[in-house]
Design a protein around this ligand. Structure first.
Ligand SMILES: Nc1ncnc2c1ncn2[C@@H]1O[C@H](COP(=O)(O)OP(=O)(O)O)[C@@H](O)[C@H]1O
Ligand SMILES: [Mg+2]
Length: 243
């Protein structure tokens, strides 16, 4: 069976003030796949995710989600996407259930709040004000909000920043469980270990350009002792063969 393609970009390019933040990026992602976007600060990770979501317009090239063009069909794109791009904002005086119900009403989409909360392990605290939540709980609630409409694709921009090790582990398990359900997950990070332990495949960005794209297993096999050095070199613009 050919895996269903969910994200496709072709020659995707975005410049700010004449300087390219993302250059000529062509990639595709399949249902059920977790793709890590690895790169140092300023490499173009957020720009890539925003272009896929249609939150930025490309200077050249295009992106699509489930066959819908990210610029011309942004409403369709957003229906198929779960987004975690900026620090999530909630109504702190309202409970988790109310926050998700308001989100669904605002978006005009269908979804089951209790299921979404159960999925991220927040059923027991669904009636507590979100202002009482820890950072890890807020991030899990953000994930519940991003997935309450059961999107085909989840875009996560540095979703593990600032979390303690237990919360990082819990989030990673959740990303994998969404992928096991057939969702495509694209997550960015500047931390190698986060990508290596979460993703099936990694793309490395360096100054807006694709420095490498490879399956994590293939990378590990090719660099059993120096994977970290190898990826750091790529992130800093060093050359490498592609797997
Ligand atoms: N709105 C903007 N205006 C001007 N420059 C921007 C804007 N957004 C991003 N950039 C620039 O584009 C480059 C890539 O940024 P970004 O995609 O945020 O990188 P990353 O997420 O990998 O840290 C950086 O040089 C950044 O300064
Ligand atoms: Mg960023």
């Amino acid at each position: 069976m050919i895996p269903q393609e969910t994200i496709r970009t072709a020659g995707l390019t975005r410049a700010f003030g004449g300087k390219e933040a993302l250059s000529d990026l062509t990639l595709s992602l399949s249902a059920g796949e977790v793709c890590g976007v690895l790169g140092p600060n300023g490499a173009g990770k957020t720009t890539l995710l925003k272009l896929i979501a249609g939150l930025l317009r490309p200077t050249a090239g295009r992106a699509s989600v489930c066959g819908f063009d990210s610029v011309r069909q942004q409403d369709d794109v957003l229906r198929h996407l779960g987004l975690l791009i900026e620090t999530p904002v909630f109504y702190d005086h309202l409970c988790a259930q109310e926050n998700l119900a308001l989100h669904l009403a605002y978006m005009g989409t269908a979804g089951v709040v209790d299921d979404a909360l159960a999925r991220v392990g927040l059923s027991d605290v669904g009636e507590q004000p979100v202002g009482q939540f820890s950072l890890g709980m807020r991030q899990r609630l953000a994930l519940a909000r991003a997935t309450v409409h059961r999107p085909a694709v989840l875009l996560l921009d540095e979703p593990l920043n600032g979390l303690d090790p237990i919360a990082v582990r819990d989030m990673r398990t959740l990303f994998r469980s969404f992928a096991a359900d057939g969702m495509s997950v694209m997550l960015s990070s500047h931390i190698l270990g986060e990508v290596e332990q979460t993703a099936d495949r990694v793309i490395v960005l360096s100054q807006g350009k694709l420095a490498a794209a490879a399956q994590i297993d293939a990378l590990r096999a090719a660099h059993p002792h120096d994977l970290e050095d190898h990826l750091i070199k790529l992130m800093n613009g060093g050359s490498s063969c592609r797997n």
